[in-house]
Design a protein around this ligand. Sequence first.
Ligand SMILES: Cc1ncc(COP(=O)(O)O)c(C=O)c1O
Length: 299
Amino acid sequence: MLVNANSLAELPRLAPYSDRLRIGLRLNPMVATDSPDLFDVSRDDSKFGEPIANADAVLSAIRGFPVTALHVHPSSSMTSVDAAVRAVESVVALAIEANVQACESGNDRRIRVIDVGGGLAPEDPDGTDGSLMEEYARTLRDRLPELWSEFDLVTEFGQWVHFHTGYAASDVEYVVDRADRQVAFVHLGADFLLRDVYVRPRGIRWLPVRGGRAIEGAAQPTDLAGPLCFAGDFLARDIELPRLREGDHLIMLGTGSNALGLWSRHTSRDVPAVVGVDFAGRSLQVLSERFSPFVEPLG
Ligand SMILES: Cc1ncc(COP(=O)(O)O)c(C=O)c1O
């Protein structure tokens, strides 16, 4: 198992386990990414990683501790790969420098693994602009062939992998007309989609359903209101959806990442059930029941 120290200060904590773990060191590449401020982990004042500007101290720590991996996670929700590639380049350069020093001093420990983290925003599977992930891999292969020839490459892509693997469903509790739009109240809000509500929409698609079929009809301005007691609890504002009514369902496509895992207890609501869907086998399995984190179920 690979465990990455977040800073030089963590290395003494991990060192005693080096017979059971591969120990890595996370570096802050100090590059400007295009991720939203809240997910930007590569600024000079980031709490993540040892700043790469401290290269001498990092090289000294690699000599002194059983470090055999270097890790960089440039940021999250990036929509361009330039900064990420520069981040990986600087980390690989440092790994090569560490290995040269080890070789020259007769030390046979080497940096063997480069862990490039994750960070790419989810892509539209039906998109026509070409894949950002393919561009990332292609650019890394062109600029850093040694990543494949001299190191083992580890990745940690989160939302790029998982975003499209989950979806959520809620009843439409009721619909009211406010100003120029319909406001549909649903049972999932900022407690479920924290990033979309508090930071920025991530591209979740809203599919209204009635009697098991997608609702057709003229689109009209729509707000999707969540159940929480604050004014900002809207899953989406001013989107175009057909006229909705009480008893409809709203399917939310693209909730496989940074959704239930971030569940917030705001207003003490029940945590929804999770159902696994096997499309090939046409079967459903309840993976976890709906539950209250606060109240024991009644006998
Ligand atoms: C160290 C590390 N690796 C990987 C990830 C996954 O990030 P993403 O979902 O942006 O790919 C994160 C998320 O914050 C992270 O902190």
